[in-house]
Design a protein around this ligand. Structure first.
Ligand SMILES: *[C@@H]1O[C@H](CO)[C@@H](O)[C@H](O)[C@H]1NC(C)=O
Ligand SMILES: *[C@@H]1O[C@H](CO)[C@@H](O)[C@H](O)[C@H]1NC(C)=O
Ligand SMILES: *[C@@H]1O[C@H](CO)[C@@H](O)[C@H](O)[C@H]1NC(C)=O
Ligand SMILES: *[C@@H]1O[C@H](CO)[C@@H](O)[C@H](O)[C@H]1NC(C)=O
Ligand SMILES: *[C@@H]1O[C@H](CO)[C@@H](O)[C@H](O)[C@H]1NC(C)=O
Ligand SMILES: *[C@@H]1O[C@H](CO)[C@@H](O)[C@H](O)[C@H]1NC(C)=O
Ligand SMILES: *[C@@H]1O[C@H](CO)[C@@H](O)[C@H](O)[C@H]1NC(C)=O
Ligand SMILES: *[C@@H]1O[C@H](CO)[C@@H](O)[C@H](O)[C@H]1NC(C)=O
Ligand SMILES: *[C@@H]1O[C@H](CO)[C@@H](O)[C@H](O)[C@H]1NC(C)=O
Length: 602
C-alpha cells in the first residue's frame, strides 16, 4: 500500500483544483485547494504555488491548505485571509511560525477527513528538526461547521490552552475536538494577569477573546461582552462591535456590503399593483457567502441568482447579453451532452482518463471538469484495478466542444502525430486548473502538430506547451487572442525550432491567413486567407464552376438551394433560398425573370 500510493504520488502532485485570486466587490477572493497532504512538485514549487494561490487573498472560497512550508519561507502572504469557506489544514510544516492573525471564521462547507474544519498536523513521521512552534490566529472566533484536530505537533505551544467550545458555533453539528498530548512541554504560560489561562501566544495581547461562553443568557449567538446589551445580531458570526446586523465581525450567512443578511436581495420582486415580477434594481447574486452585483469572470449565473461554476443537469449554459447563464431546458437538455470530467461527480476520485472511465465520455459535447491524460492511463494501475487504455478509444473525445476545467496531456500515444481527437474542442474555460495555474498543458510529447483546429478560447488560466521536441506550427498561433483576462500567460518553449520546421516544410498552408495554423494542410488554419468551406480553407467558392454551385456569407461557402438552376457565367444564387431576387440590388426589379431561373419553372 505504501509503495503503491508513493508510485501514484507522482501523478497526484499534478492534480489539484485551484485558481488564483479574483476580486469580489471590495474583497479579494481566491478559490483554495483540495490537495490534502499531497506535495505539489518539490518544496520550492510547492511554496510558489501556495503563494500564487493565496497571496493577498481575503476570502478563501474553498479550503486553506498550508503544507510543507520550509523553515526559511516567508509566510506573510497569508496575512490578509479573513474567511475560509471550506476547511483549514496546516500540516507538515517546518516553518517556525505561521501568521493567520486576520482569520475570523471557518465555515466548514467542506471538511478535512469528513470531520474537521481545522486540522493542525505536523506528523512526526517526517524527520525534521524544525517544526511549527507558533500559530497566530488571535482573531479566530467562529467555526460554523466541523471539528478541530490538533495532532503530533511536537513543538507547538499555546493551542492546547484554547477553549474551542467558544469558537465552535452553537449550531455546529460536529462537536468533535481532538487534541493529543504532543504539545511542547517547554511552552511558556499564557499571560497570568489578563488571559485567564487561554491564549494564542505570549503576553497580554494574545489572550483568547471569548464571544460565546461569556454571553448573557438573552444572547442567541455571539456577544461582545457579558451584559445583555452586548449581544450580537443573530446574523453575526465571530462577534460584533455593536448590536446591529452591520456591526458584525463576519456574517453567518451572506454579506451584502457591510450588512449581514439571511439571503441576498432578490433579482426580481413582486409588484402587488401590477401582479408581476419586476426587476429589482438592488438585486444581487450570491457568490460564496457574499452578495455581488455581478458574478466574477468565468462564473455562470443561475435562475436563483447565484454564481456557479457549472449548471445543474436540467439546464444548459447559454450566453445572453454577454452574461453566461444557466437556462432551464424545455424537457431534457438535448443540445449538449454534459459529462463529468476528472475531479468531478462520478470521476471525482479518478486521477486520469483511463480504461475504466473512458467510455463515460462517449458522445459528450461538454466536459464538466478536467480532461487529464497521465502515464497511468497507458500502463494501467493495479492499485485501482485499471487496465491499459487502448489508444483507439481516445477518439471518444471527438464529440467534445467544451471543457469547463483544464486539458492536461502528460501521456499521449507515441505514434499519434497530433491531438486531432480534440479537433472539435472550441473552448477551455479554465474554471479549474492544473497546478493552480494551467488551463492547457502539453509537455514532453512526441506530437508534430497540435491539431486543435477548432480551439477559439481559453477563458481563464495559463497555457504551457513546452519541450515537445517534434512540435511545429505552435509558434504561429497567437494564444493571446484566445485569452479572456489580462492575467493569462502562455509559455511556449523548447519545442522544435521554427527554422528547422520551415526547412522541413512544416509550415502553414498557403490558404491560411497570417493568423497561423495548428498543423499542416488547409483544415488547420486559424483563419483563412480567402474562403472557407466546412472546416477547410479554399481558394474560391464554387461561384461559377464546379458543383454544387455556392454563395458566400462572411467568407464561408454554402451550397445553393437544389431548386436553383445552375448558371455558368453568373452566380447561381446569392443566398440559401430558391429565389434569386437579392443577388444584386438591381435584380429586384426583374423578379419574375429571376424566378424563371429556378428549376421547377425554368
Ligand atoms: C522556501 O524554502 C525552500 C526550502 O528551504 C527554498 O528552496 C525556497 O527558496 C524558499 N522560497 C522562498 C520564496 O523563500
Ligand atoms: C501522517 O503521515 C502518515 C504517513 O506518512 C499518514 O499515513 C497519516 O495519515 C498522517 N497523519 C495525519 C493525521 O494526516
Ligand atoms: C531523524 O533525524 C535524526 C537527527 O537528524 C537522526 O539521528 C535519525 O536517525 C533520524 N531518524 C530517521 C527515522 O530518519
Ligand atoms: C476564567 O476561567 C474560568 C474557567 O475557565 C471561569 O470560570 C472564570 O469565570 C473565568 N474568569 C474570568 C474573569 O473570565
Ligand atoms: C480509473 O478510473 C476509475 C473509474 O473512474 C477510477 O476509479 C480509478 O481511480 C481510475 N484510476 C486512475 C489511476 O485514475
Ligand atoms: C452515442 O451516439 C450514437 C449515435 O448517435 C449512439 O448510437 C450511441 O448509443 C451513443 N452512445 C452513448 C453511450 O450515448
Ligand atoms: C499506432 O500503433 C499501434 C500499434 O503499434 C497501431 O495499432 C495503430 O494503428 C497505430 N496508430 C497510428 C495512428 O499510427
Ligand atoms: C497577438 O494578438 C494581440 C491582440 O490581438 C496583439 O496585441 C499581439 O501583438 C499579438 N501577438 C503576436 C505575437 O502577434
Ligand atoms: C452550363 O454548362 C453545362 C456544361 O457545359 C451545360 O450542360 C449547361 O447546359 C450550361 N447551363 C446553362 C444554363 O447554360
Amino acid at each position: 500500500m505504501g509503495s503503491l500510493s508513493r508510485s501514484l504520488g507522482l501523478y497526484i502532485c499534478i492534480f489539484f483544483i485551484s485558481q488564483s485570486c479574483l476580486s469580489l466587490e471590495e474583497k479579494k477572493v481566491c478559490l483554495g485547494n483540495t490537495n490534502r497532504l499531497n506535495q505539489l512538485g518539490n518544496t520550492e514549487e510547492h511554496y510558489v504555488s501556495l503563494k500564487k494561490m493565496y497571496d493577498g487573498c481575503e476570502i478563501v472560497l474553498g479550503n486553506l491548505e498550508i503544507t510543507y512550508l520550509d523553515l526559511l519561507n516567508d509566510t506573510s502572504f497569508l496575512r490578509n485571509i479573513q474567511e475560509v469557506g471550506g476547511y483549514v489544514l496546516i500540516a507538515i510544516n517546518s516553518v517556525r511560525s505561521i501568521h493567520l492573525e486576520n482569520l475570523q471564521i471557518i465555515r466548514g462547507n467542506m471538511l478535512y477527513k469528513s470531520t474537521y474544519a481545522l486540522a493542525i498536523v505536523s506528523n512526526e513521521s517526517l524527520n525534521t528538526t524544525n517544526a511549527l512552534e507558533e500559530l497566530h490566529m488571535g482573531h479566530l472566533t467562529e467555526i460554523l461547521n466541523g471539528g478541530v484536530l490538533i495532532s503530533k505537533n511536537r513543538k507547538l505551544c499555546y493551542l492546547n490552552t484554547i477553549q474551542w467550545n467558544d469558537i465552535l458555533h452553537s449550531d455546529n453539528p460536529i462537536n468533535q475536538i481532538s487534541l493529543d498530548k504532543s504539545f511542547s512541554p517547554m511552552c511558556p504560560k499564557c499571560d497570568v494577569e489578563s488571559c485567564n489561562g487561554s491564549c494564542w501566544g505570549p503576553g497580554p495581547g494574545n489572550c483568547q477573546k471569548l464571544t460565546k461562553l461569556i454571553c448573557a443568557q438573552q444572547c442567541s449567538g455571539r456577544c461582545r461582552g457579558p451584559l445583555p446589551i452586548d449581544c450580537c445580531h443573530t446574523q453575526c458570526a465571530s462577534g460584533c462591535t455593536g448590536p446591529k446586523e452591520n456591526n458584525c465581525l463576519a456574517c453567518r450567512k451572506f454579506r451584502d456590503g457591510e450588512t449581514c443578511k439571511e439571503g441576498c436581495p432578490q433579482l426580481q420582486i413582486y409588484n402587488p399593483t401590477t401582479y408581476q415580477l419586476e426587476v429589482n434594481p438592488d438585486g444581487k447574486y450570491s457568490f460564496g457567502a457574499a452578495c455581488v452585483k455581478k458574478c466574477p469572470h468565468n462564473y455562470v449565473v443561475t435562475d436563483h441568482g447565484s454564481c456557479v461554476r457549472t449548471c445543474n443537469s436540467d439546464s444548459q449554459e447559454v450566453e445572453e447579453n454577454g452574461i453566461r447563464k444557466c437556462k432551464k431546458c424545455d424537457g431534457p437538455c438535448t443540445k449538449d451532452k454534459i459529462c463529468d470530467g476528472i475531479n468531478m461527480g462520478k470521476l471525482k476520485h479518478a486521477l486520469s482518463v483511463n480504461a475504466s472511465n473512458i467510455d463515460s465520455f462517449q458522445n459528450c459535447t461538454k466536459v464538466n471538469g478536467d480532461v487529464t491524460l497521465l502515464y497511468v492511463a497507458e500502463k494501467g494501475d493495479t492499485f485501482t484495478n485499471t487496465k491499459k487504455l487502448d489508444p483507439a478509444k481516445l477518439s471518444v473525445f471527438k464529440s467534445v466542444r467544451e471543457i469547463t476545467g483544464s486539458l492536461l496531456i502528460q501521456w499521449w500515444p507515441e505514434n499519434y502525430t497530433d491531438l486531432n481527437v480534440f479537433e472539435n474542442l472550441e473552448v477551455i474555460r479554465g474554471r479549474t486548473k492544473q497546478r493552480g495555474t494551467y488551463a492547457l498543458a502539453i509537455v514532453q510529447r512526441s506530437i508534430t502538430a497540435l491539431g486543435l483546429q477548432s480551439l477559439k478560447e481559453v477563458s481563464d488560466g495559463d497555457v504551457i506547451i513546452k519541450t515537445n521536441k517534434n512540435l511545429c506550427y505552435v509558434n504561429t498561433i497567437n494564444f493571446t487572442n484566445m485569452f479572456r483576462t489580462p492575467k493569462q500567460i502562455k509559455i511556449i518553449n523548447d519545442n522544435k525550432n521554427p527554422e528547422q520546421c520551415e526547412s522541413e516544410g512544416k509550415v502553414c498552408d498557403t490558404l491560411c491567413s497570417e493568423e497561423g495554423c495548428w498543423g499542416p494542410g488547409p483544415s488547420q488554419c486559424v483563419s483563412c486567407l480567402k474562403y472557407i468551406r466546412g472546416k477547410e480553407c479554399v481558394e474560391n467558392c464554387n461561384f461559377l464552376s464546379r458543383e454544387p454551385r455556392e454563395y458566400t456569407v462572411d467568407g464561408r461557402c454554402f451550397s445553393c438551394n437544389v431548386e436553383c438552376l445552375q448558371l455558368n457565367d453568373t452566380q447561381t444564387c446569392s443566398g440559401p433560398n430558391n429565389h434569386v431576387q437579392d443577388l444584386e440590388m438591381g435584380f429586384k426589379m426583374t423578379y419574375d425573370i429571376h424566378l424563371a431561373l429556378c428549376k421547377r419553372i425554368g
